[in-house]
Structure formats: C-alpha cells, structure tokens
Ligand binder design. Structure first.
Ligand code: 5GP
Ligand code: MN
Ligand code: MN
Length: 482
C-alpha cells in the first residue's frame, strides 16, 4: 500500500484515485502514523482500505478524508469525513456509525482544583450512584412510546421541558440539541421499545463522565471566549443514542441493501450499502437518523442534569455553577454549505468518528464563540490528557470544517482485553491520582490508555496541519465508565 501513498506535506498524505476510486483518499497523519497504518493493515484491521472504498462512492466531493485518529470501523474508517453532492451522492449507515450522534458535552464549573481536594472519593461515589451506566442499565426516566416520539422530534428541548437542565444549555449544543428533519414514524417499534427506560443513561465501554482540570492554556483569547482558566474544573461527558440509535442502524442495513441493488450502486464492501440521497429510501433513512440524533441530544441533556445533581449531593455545588461550554457530536450526517472549487455548495457531510470543527464566522456557531471558532472537544483516555481545540478557516477549506474526535484506537477491543488486566489499570491510574469507577471490568481493559494512540501526538498532527488550533489541555481526576 505504501508505494501508492503520496506525501503532500509533513502532515498530509494522499492516495491518488486508482481502480474505482472517484476521488483521492487523504490522510492527516505523519510518517510514523502512516507506517503504523500500513504495517497494521490486515484482513480485520485495515482503515486504509476502508478509506479507499469510501472514495469509490457516487457523488463524493473532493476526497475521502481521515483525521489523525483514524482506525478501522464498520465500512467507513473511524476518524473519517465524506461529503456528497445531494443530487449524485449517497447516504449510508456506515458513514454515520451505529451510535448515531454519539458526542461529547463539556461542562465548565466555577470550581478550581483546590475545591475538590480531599473530596474526590466522595464525588466519585456519588457520581457512580447518581449516573446510571453499564450495559443495559435503565434510568429514572420511564417513557411511553408517545413520549419517546417527543424525544425523537424535540431532542434536548424535550428533556429541558421535563426539567432536565436549563434553556441556556441549548444555546451551546450543536444544532441547539434538536434536528428539525427527524421523523419518529420511520423508526421501528423495536427501536422505541428498547429506549423506553434508557434515556439518561451513559451506556458502557468508551462512554464516560470525566471530571478534569484545565492544566494548560494555549490561546488566551479563545480560552476567555470559552470561559476557561488554568486550574479550573470541567466535566466531559461522552455518550450517544443508546439502544435506539443502534437499532436504527440495524433496521436500515437491509433496507439500504435493497436500495443499493435497486439503484445499481456498486459498492466494494457490503458494509457500504447506501441509497441515493435524492431517493425515497435515502430520504427515509435520513429522517430516521435525525430522529436517532435527537435521542442522543436528549440523553446528554438528562446526563448533564445528573452531573449537576451529583455535584450538589456530594459537594453542595449549586447547578448554576455548572454551565454547558459546548456539545458536539462525532457520528453524524448533515446538510451543510461548503466551498467546492470556488463555489458555495450544499453537501451532505458524513462524519464518522470525527467532529464538526467550524472556523470563525460561521453562522451556525453561538455568538459567544463565533469570532474564535467552534470548540472542538477531543477525549484522550482516562489516563491521559484530553483537549479543547478550536476550528480554523483552513479546516473549513480543507476538511469541510472537520477534525479529529479522540486519540483513536491503536489496539482492537479484543487485543486490549487480553493485554490490560482491569485491576492493574485501576491501581496504576490511582498512583497517578486518577480515580476510576466502572460498572464493568471489560470497559476498563478495553479502554485502557495503552489501547489508544498518543493523544498529544495526534492532536499535534492536526494542529500542525492547520485544521484545528489548541485552546486548552485537560487532565483527568475522576473517570466514571460504563
Ligand atoms: P469513540 O466515540 O470513537 O468510541 O471514542 C472517542 C474517543 O474517546 C476515543 O478515540 C478515545 O480517545 C476517547 N476516550 C475513550 N475512553 C475515554 C475516557 O475514559 N476518557 C477520555 N477523556 N477519553 C476517552
Ligand atoms: Mn458512542
Ligand atoms: Mn463516541
């Protein structure tokens, strides 16, 4: 594979179109990462091949692109972005991911590191009690199917109407926490039934609520706009659309498989089944995804409320001391306007394990952040740094305003489970002053820091490529896992 790769600059590599590829495949990585990617390429771990496959899809614009956190996913690589012409292009399950609208919310607090001194264990225990997590866990919110339909139509707005969180949270959520094109009638009953008691639950594995401290500021102007200071306590929460989102993906795979055949779309991998955006099937799947996305918005809104509740119960911190800094998703498909060959064009952008990272001036951003660009929330691991970055103008031009979403896996879940005994990981993190509370041992092993790439390096690559810029680095104090 390596012979086919062309170096554009130190942090950008390209595979020119070959075979059925309609556009190049472009990777924001460095030599070292490229070497790792090509060495790892095997039957079951082959993100490069997946990226090339994406480049063959009809209507794809500019390039199939991957960020520095690239690793293999279902059909599309994780860490990827692909934008399609709305007339010629396609919409696919693999381009969104099964955890529809999985994303991260960052809450900033008025607390500083010293305010938690000696109270960490107590806070961790309370978070563990208050925030439902783990496989198949249920929340305090029990909904009927009518109410689920409201979740699917109104997203975070519905959660706020039930008393979870506040209106001012909504301003700082991508799309204000509600996508208008959602249609609950194209979401199966099975999907809805699975979600009746799951709104307001964290889930398992990679999903987390993490208490962090700001340990470095890189950009004073942006940090001020984001309300960040050195030593400040922030909370990151990462979860998605739970069982409902997953069921939508499962339901629509056979549906899109039929569409792929009906419209004679040739896909190099069965996982890439898709429908023309401009077809009844494509439109229906899109409306279902929007509904799934709203479920994730509602879920994170309820979880933000539970975080506030835990801080109140454990430390008597009032909820007004905890504000939403920003919430942004990394498994999405959306219509957006971008410049292609000097022309402004409406595109359907699939972000699969990548974050929208709009630069300064975009009307979609809340006024407070419009001058400096969008906060880009990047989780590292429970044992390393996480970052708050900002979107740039260069990112708008080069990646459709898209950036990385995490460190990205270096080892598969299976390999990580073998390599990292949970008890040992927890003990080692404790030695570093990090408290981990998990509902399952598997989550700890699979998500062990060693299972991921070096987040500092991955972020460095994306910054040097000019796609994002650093604002603040965060260090974990307490991590609650599923
Ligand atoms: P994904 O949504 O692809 O499953 O995960 C997104 C990113 O979250 C991963 O690439 C990883 O870097 C990060 N991550 C996974 N577990 C944790 C954790 O416990 N804490 C933090 N801060 N980040 C994590
Ligand atoms: Mn997820
Ligand atoms: Mn995620």
């Amino acid at each position: 594979v390596k012979a086919l790769v062309r170096k554009i600059h130190d942090y950008l590599f390209e595979i020119p179109p070959q075979g059925r590829m309609r556009v190049p495949a472009r990777l924001f990585i460095d030599e070292r990462a490229l070497r790792e990617l090509t060495e790892q390429s095997s039957q079951e771990w082959n993100a490069l091949e997946q990226l090339k496959n994406v480049a063959t899809l009809p209507g794809i614009q500019k390039a199939a692109m991957a960020m520095a956190d690239i690793h293999p996913g279902y059909g599309f690589p994780i860490g990827g972005v692909a934008a399609f012409d709305p007339k010629e292009g396609v919409i696919s399950v693999a381009g969104v991911g099964f955890d529809i609208n999985c994303g991260v919310r960052c809450l900033r607090t008025t607390l500083f590191r010293k305010d938690l001194e000696g109270k960490e264990e107590q806070l961790a225990d309370t978070m563990y009690q208050v925030i439902p997590a783990g496989l198949g866990s249920t929340g305090e919110l029990k909904l009927n199917t009518k109410e689920i339909d409201r979740v699917l139509r109104e997203g975070a707005h519905y959660a706020v109407s039930l008393g979870y969180g506040r209106e001012d949270d909504l301003t700082y959520i991508e799309e204000t926490g509600r996508l208008p094109d959602a249609d609950p009638s194209v979401v199966s009953n099975t999907a809805k039934q699975r979600q009746l008691a799951q709104v307001g639950t964290l889930g398992s594995g990679n999903h987390y609520v993490e208490v962090q401290v700001v340990d470095q500021i890189y950009d004073a102007e942006a940090a001020e706009a984001y309300g960040l200071e050195l030593g400040q306590i922030v909370i990151m929460l990462h979860t998605g659309s739970r069982a409902l989102g997953h069921q939508i993906g499962t339901d629509y795979l056979p549906f899109l498989d039929k569409a792929t055949k009906k419209y004679g779309i040739e896909v190099p991998d069965r996982e890439l089944v898709c429908a023309p955006i401009d077809s009844p099937e494509g439109r229906q799947y899109y409306r279902a995804v929007m509904a799934g996305a709203n479920c994730a918005f509602a879920n994170r809104q309820v979880l933000a409320h539970l975080v506030r509740e835990a801080f109140w119960k454990a430390l008597r911190v009032p909820d007004t001391a905890i504000e939403t800094l920003y919430e942004v998703a990394h498994n999405t498909v959306k219509f957006e306007v971008h410049e292609v060959d000097g022309e402004r064009k409406r595109l359907l952008v699939h972000r699969k394990g990548s974050t929208r990272a709009f630069g300064p001036g975009r009307p979609e951003l809340p006024e407070r952040y419009r001058q400096v660009g969008q906060p880009v929330l990047v989780g590292g691991t429970m044992g390393t740094a996480s970052y708050i970055l900002r979107g740039t103008e260069q990112g708008m031009r080069e990646t459709f305003g898209t950036a990385l979403h995490g460190a990205g896996r270096a080892k598969s879940r299976r390999a990580a489970k073998k390599a990292y005994p949970a008890d040992e990981i927890v003990r080692r993190l404790r030695e570093q002053g990090i408290i981990v509370r998990a509902h399952g041992k598997a989550s700890i092993s699979e998500e062990a820091p060693g299972a991921y790439k070096d987040v500092d390096h991955v972020v460095d690559v994306m910054c040097k490529a000019g796609i994002v810029a650093r604002v603040a680095r965060l260090r974990p104090i307490i991590c609650l896992k599923g």
